[in-house]
Design a protein around this ligand. Sequence first.
Ligand SMILES: Cc1cc2nc3c(=O)[nH]c(=O)nc-3n(C[C@H](O)[C@H](O)[C@H](O)COP(=O)(O)O)c2cc1C
Length: 186
Amino acid sequence: MAADRTADRNIAGQESATAALPLATGEAFRDAIARLPSGVSIVATAGQAGKAGFTATAVASVSDDPPTVLVCLNSKSPQNRLMQENAQFSINLLPKDAVTLANIFAGRTGLHLEDRFRHGDWTVLSTGSPVLKDAVMALDCQLLSSQNVGSHIVYFGTVVATQTKPRDPDGAKEVLIYHDRHYGEA
Ligand SMILES: Cc1cc2nc3c(=O)[nH]c(=O)nc-3n(C[C@H](O)[C@H](O)[C@H](O)COP(=O)(O)O)c2cc1C
């Protein structure tokens, strides 16, 4: 019965709830999800464990009250330790001209951890996590909880401060997006 299904509210029950249906192949899933246009952000953290940041499209709003967001980071990334130990992070939505910065924080130039922050103009808001001055918007978050889901770890954050750039008065495109495996603007 539909009322007995718990997959949408119980991650621990994920395997048993989906066991009856074959999974989409990884390739089919990746081809399908590539069609979803997403804003490109840099997720950054700083604290006792050090400073790090990565480019991410897996960012979403979860709750309005209290203001809560999520980001997903591959569980193989060494940055998971810093996210968990610092227990705070920022989400910085990139402006359309920030492709180079997106590639740096995606590890495509060989820079790691703190070295990535030599590029871009960074400040802090409330938690001390790096906030990009040029971000279209930035959310400063305290880590609420994290959850292992397949290949990724989902980090839930409570938003404690925001920074929002005023809209372009002419309605020009401002945001860096990723769509069909290419950068674009929205
Ligand atoms: C446009 C774009 C979006 C990305 N989105 C994510 C994401 O949401 N989650 C993730 O774990 N990795 C994502 N990545 C890959 C990470 O940025 C990359 O693996 C990471 O920065 C590598 O850093 P590390 O070596 O410090 O772990 C994305 C890369 C690009 C280019």
